[in-house]
Each structure stands twice: as structure tokens, then as C-alpha cells.
Design a protein around this ligand. Sequence first.
Ligand code: NAP
Length: 484
Amino acid sequence: MSFDLVLFGGTGDLAWRKLMPALFQAFRHGTLPKEGRIIGVARDDLGDEQYRALIRERFAQVDDAKQPSPQEFEQFAQLLHFVRMDLSKPEDFRRLKETLESRGADVVVMYLAVGPSLFTQACEQIGAAGLNRPNVRLVLEKPLGHDLASNRAINEAVRRVFAEKQIFRIDHYLGKPSVQNLFALRFGNSLFEPLWRRETIANIQITIAEDLGVEKRGAFYDTTGALRDMVQNHALQLLCALGMEPPINAHADAIRDEKLKVLRSLKAWTPTDLAQHVVRGQYAAGVVNGEQVPGYREEPGVDPQSNTETFVALRAEIANWRWAGVPFYIRTGKRMAARNACIVVNFRPAPHAIFNAPPGAANKLVINLQPRDGLQLHLLAQGQENRRNTQALAPAHLDLDFDKRFGSERVGAYERLLLDVIDGRLNLFVRSDEQEEAWRWVEPILEYWANDDNGPRPYAAGTWGPSASSAMIARDGYSWPEEL
Ligand code: NAP
């Protein structure tokens, strides 16, 4: 199969930091179809060779394991081409059309790795130039809008040009191996299904913590915040994967129908819930990994009076028969104590204790998403520490180490997603109605904050966020995981 992958924004940060390394890994693993072209598009006046030189230079900045040897780059570089275009100029689309028609590839992928302000215009021009043939697939990156209305406006503009089955909305968390293993664990095994419900599960906690601040993206982040940047998309997609009913088959729409049902079942916000079950925070100066770092308001590009949240913790509930009353806690933030993304499924304690278990001990399933991925089942076992007391139980783990079982050279998130786009598999991409439903659910929080003069609660950089986050979860008698 031949493909042309048009990378709008081919000189940008996303292109060289994530997409090129992922495409190179697929090339190295022999999974990228052989007959392919990767066509970078931007306004710079570059020839193919200059573009190849630029990408080779940028590869020096990616992880060692993902860097090509000189021979490997020489082969990979043969796939790389460049077309100079200004997406705001209709006449420039003719140049792209000529390049694509000169070859007539089986599949054309158009990846919009440009700012969202160009999405609508680019789609209109793709349509006007007749480049929206049935063999064309469009890839859209977040952020897809700022709120429900702007998200709908983008979706409507895109749908005027492409059918829904041609649109691949990326949420790269869905490409992570451990998230795919969560689907495999739940729907490929019968073991967990009878336990996966309110009778057995006490609560579920999703943490997405970053130790970095806003880096060079202060101006962008200041108009976005943690709720829009992490909760509306990544965290809610994880919640869907955890809470959804088994789909009738493994086709994209069967999976997406079930995820949509979860989003529709999320308990609507009341004014009391908004006051008690949502915590927003903003980092102040502190110490991260032994280094003194400035507070958010001192970051370049950030308004010194900014009320933008860099931390959110909230308590959600899925109002249906399976989950009624089970809290799903989400917390995400920047400049936290560690870079760690994980899900903890806390099971209820044994109903009648005949052994001496450590206080509060119960089974839990831990799904690690980053920096390493894997699954651990925490059990209580007869330990050897206390030889005289055979009634004493100690915690033990069943470690599902995918690296050991399947090798450490597993497929990364962007590699998986790019290959799926080329192959036309929509399972790991987000449908427009899912996205709109997620916006609908977070909007009352945004409105509540807009009218709340208290602003975000400060937390010192290098900690786990404001104490109100621990207080929120403690009111239910639970706590966040300790050993992150
Ligand atoms: P960036 O570094 O600013 O790159 C933007 C790219 O778009 C450049 O190649 C730029 O090249 C090109 N461009 C801008 N205006 C153009 C125009 N009128 N016509 C043609 N090309 C144009 O941005 P980025 O960080 O790569 O982000 C791109 C998109 O991905 C954004 O929507 C961002 O929110 C999203 N995203 C980024 C990341 C990330 O890790 N960076 C992660 C998730 C999502 P010229 O200026 O030379 O034309």
C-alpha cells in the first residue's frame, strides 16, 4: 500500500519532537508501509534536502534510543519531502494538489500539526481544492476548541469537508500501551468483569502529574489551564475506558458508543458539588527535583495577575447501575512532586476479617501510564516477616510486567496512532459527539470559576497540590495513593 502523509506544521515542535521520532520508529520496526512519502508543509522556503537536514539536526535532541544511526537516517530521509505553503493562502493549495496528484497514493493522510486557529481555514481550502477525496484521512490534534461552542464550530467546519469516518481526533493517552492493556484486561479476560462494579470497587483514582512547569508555552497555557488541557480530554478518556460497558465488538463505533454512554451518565454538577468536589490550584515558587523554580505568575508569557489553574482535583460519579455511588477522582497538575500518571482501582476490603490485615489494607489494581507502563495487582498474602503470628497478612504484588513479557521495544503512543491512521483504524480516536459531551460536562466548572473571585489555591511547586485536594477525598474516607 502506498501513502502520502502531509504534515502541515512540518517544521513545528510537535512534528519534530513527537511525530518524526514516531514515524522513524515505525520505519525502523518495519511497520511503516514501504511505499510512503512524508511531506512537511510550512511557510519556510525549503527544498527537500534542506528539510531533511533540518529534521536530521532535530533528531539530535530526541531520546538516544529513538535516534537513527547515519545509515538509518539516510534511508528514512528518502521518505521526506517539503512543500512550502501558507495555509491562509488559497492559491498555495494548488502546489500541494500537484504534489499529491503527481503520485496518486492509495492513502493520503493530512495531519494538522498547526495552531487551531488554522483548522477551519485549512479544511475549507482542502475542500475547495478538491483534496478531500474518499482516500484522504484528516488528523486533528488538541486543543479542539476552547469550550463547547468553539468545539462544535470546528467539528461542523471539518464535517462540511470530510465524513466522520475520515476524521481522526488524537488523544495520545489512548495510544499508550497500558491503556490498550486496560481494554485487553477488561474485555479479553473474564476474570475482572464480575468484580468491575459498585459492589466490589470502592473508588477509582486517576492521577496525571507533571513535574515540569509551563516551559516556553506560558502564553498558550495561560488561556487554557489544566481543566481544558488535561481533564476535558485525557482524564475523561481514561475515565471512559474504566467505566464503559463491554462493547458488542471491537469496531470503532461499538467502542465509541460505549464511551459516549459513560460521558452522558456523568452526574450533572450542582452548585454544592462545584464548591465541594472541585479544587483548582496554581503553583507558587518551590523546589522541584532539588532545583528552585519560579511560581506560575512569574513564568514568561503568563499574566502576573493570572487566575489560570495549573492543578485540578475533582470527584466525578457515573450515574448508572454499575457505578452508582462509586467516586471517580481525577487529579492533574504541573510542577508536582513527580512526573507520574497512573490509575488506582481500590477494591472494597474483605467483608469479614479473620486475619490481621494492616489497617485500611484492601486489594487494588494499579495501572501505570508514565514514566513506565504496566499493571500491578496488590493482594494480601501470608508474609514470612512475622513467624509467630500466622494470622498476620502482608501486602504483596502480582506484577504484570509487559516489558518482560513482550520486550521493551513496544510500540509508543504516537507510533501506534500514526500507523492506525495510515491503516484506517479509528478505534483509538475520539468521535465528535464524545468530545462535545466532554465539553458539556466541564463547562459548568469553567462558568463557576469565572464567577468565583477566590481564584485558584496556591501550592508550592514540588508538592502534590493544594491541601484542599486531600481534604476533598478525605471527606469520603479515602486518600490519594502514597507511594507515587
Ligand atoms: P509550533 O512549534 O508553533 O509549530 C507550528 C507549525 O505550523 C510550524 O511548522 C509553522 O511553520 C507552521 N505554520 C504556522 N502558521 C502557518 C501557516 N499560516 N501556513 C503554514 N504553516 C504554518 O506549534 P506546535 O507546538 O508544533 O503545535 C502544533 C499544534 O499541535 C498546536 O495546535 C498545538 O496545540 C498542538 N499540540 C502540540 C503539542 C506539542 O507537544 N508541541 C502537543 C499536543 C498538541 P512556519 O511558521 O514556518 O510556517
